[in-house]
Design a binder for this molecule. Structure first.
Ligand code: F6P
Length: 322
C-alpha cells in the first residue's frame, strides 16, 4: 500500500498540552509508516506554504513544554471559501491526505471546511476553557486550573493578612468551568460565571455578610472573564461593606506553563486516536472524551451539541463555601 501522508496544526488560543498532542500525532503517524508534516501558525500555514516534514526527533523534549511548537493563529482569511479551496489544493500538491487540527470549536469549523474541500480532517479539543460541548474535557484545562489555584492561593495569603476581600478574574468568556473549579478549590465565598445569572446583593454581598457573622474576615471572590467588571465589584464591596477590596485579573498566565500529567496523557491519547481515524480513511470527525473514555464523533454532530452546565457542581460550590 502507498505510504500515507498526513499533517498536524494547532489553531486558536494556545493551551498547555498542545505540544504533547503534536508529538503523539507525529510519532503515531511515523509508527504507522506515514509521512507527517507540521503546519505552522494554524490554517495560515496552509495558505502560506509554511510547513515542514517532521521526524521522530522533531518532537523530542516538547511534551513538558507549554505553548505550541507549531505556533498558532486565529485565521480570518481561512473563513473564506476561496482560501479553503486554496489550502486543499496546497495539501494535494504536497500529497497531504489528512490533517489533525488541534484547537477549539472555531478550529473545528475550519477542519469541517477543509474536509468539505477534499482533505480529511480530524479535530482534537485543545483549549484551556473546557468549553467544547461534545467533549467532557479539553487539553489544557487541568494545567490552567492548577495555575489559577496556585495564583489564588497566593492572593488569599495577602487577603488574609490584611482582612481584605480579593476579587480574582480567571479566563473563560462563555464558559465558567475555570472559575467554578478554581472557586471550589479556593473556597471562594462567591463565584460568578456566565452560565448563572447573578444579583450582586444576593450572590456577593449577602454571602460575604453571612460568613462575616460566623467570624470570617477575609474573602475570595472568583469571577469568570465573561462576567468581568472585577474593578467595579471591588469598589462596590468597599463602599457597601467598608471592607478593603482588591481586584486581580490573572489573564494569560493561565495559558502558559508546563502541562500537568493529565494534560500530557489525554493529549497523547487524543493525538494517537486522531491518527488512527485518518489511517482508516476517515475525516470530518473529532476526538472527544465521553464518560471518561476517548472516542470520536462526526464534526457536524459535535458542533451542533449544546453544552450541559454542571448544576450539581455549582450547587456544591454554593453549599461548601460558607
Ligand atoms: O479560548 C482561550 C482563551 O484564553 C479564553 O479564555 C480567552 O477569552 C481568550 O482565549 C483570549 O484570547 P486572546 O489570547 O486572543 O486574547
Amino acid at each position: 500500500m502507498a505510504q500515507k501522508t498526513i499533517a498536524v496544526l494547532t489553531s486558536g488560543g494556545d493551551a498547555p498540552g498542545m505540544n504533547a498532542a503534536v508529538r503523539a500525532v507525529v510519532r503515531s503517524g511515523i509508527n504507522r509508516n506515514m509521512r507527517v508534516f507540521g503546519i505552522y501558525r494554524g490554517f495560515n500555514g496552509l495558505l502560506n506554504g509554511d510547513i515542514e516534514e517532521m521526524n521522530l526527533r522533531s518532537v523530542s523534549d516538547i511534551i513538558g513544554n507549554g505553548g505550541t511548537m507549531l505556533y498558532t493563529a486565529r485565521s480570518e482569511e481561512f473563513k473564506q471559501k476561496e482560501a479553503q479551496e486554496r489550502a486543499a489544493d496546497f495539501c494535494r500538491s504536497k500529497g497531504i491526505e489528512g490533517v489533525v487540527v488541534i484547537g477549539g470549536d472555531g478550529s473545528f469549523r475550519g477542519a469541517r471546511a477543509l474536509t468539505a474541500a477534499g482533505i480529511n480532517c480530524i479535530g482534537v479539543p485543545g483549549t484551556i476553557d473546557n468549553d467544547i460541548a461534545c467533549s467532557e474535557y479539553t487539553v489544557g484545562f487541568d494545567t490552567a486550573i492548577n495555575t489559577a489555584i496556585d495564583m489564588v492561593d497566593r492572593i488569599r495569603d495577602t487577603a488574609q493578612s490584611h482582612d481584605r476581600c480579593s476579587i480574582v478574574e480567571v479566563m473563560g468568556r462563555r464558559c465558567g468551568d475555570i472559575a467554578l473549579q478554581t472557586g471550589i478549590a479556593a473556597g471562594a465565598t462567591a463565584i460568578l460565571i456566565p452560565e448563572v445569572e447573578y444579583n450582586t446583593e444576593r450572590d456577593v454581598i449577602a454571602r460575604i455578610v453571612n460568613t462575616q457573622k460566623t467570624g470570617k474576615k477575609h474573602f475570595v471572590i472568583v469571577v469568570a472573564e465573561g462576567v468581568g467588571h472585577v474593578g467595579d465589584l471591588a469598589k462596590y464591596i468597599e463602599q457597601r461593606l467598608g471592607i478593603e477590596a482588591r481586584a486581580t485579573i490573572l489573564g494569560h498566565v493561565q495559558r502558559g506553563g508546563s502541562p500537568t500529567v493529565r494534560d500530557r496523557v489525554v493529549a497523547s491519547q487524543m493525538g494517537y486516536e486522531a491518527v488512527s481515524l485518518l489511517d482508516q480513511g476517515l475525516g470530518n470527525r473529532v476526538v472527544v472524551m465521553r464518560d471518561g473514555k476517548i472516542t470520536d464523533l462526526d464534526i457536524n454532530e459535535a458542533l451542533d451539541m449544546e453544552r450541559v452546565f454542571d448544576d450539581k457542581l455549582y450547587k456544591v460550590a454554593m453549599s461548601v463555601s460558607i
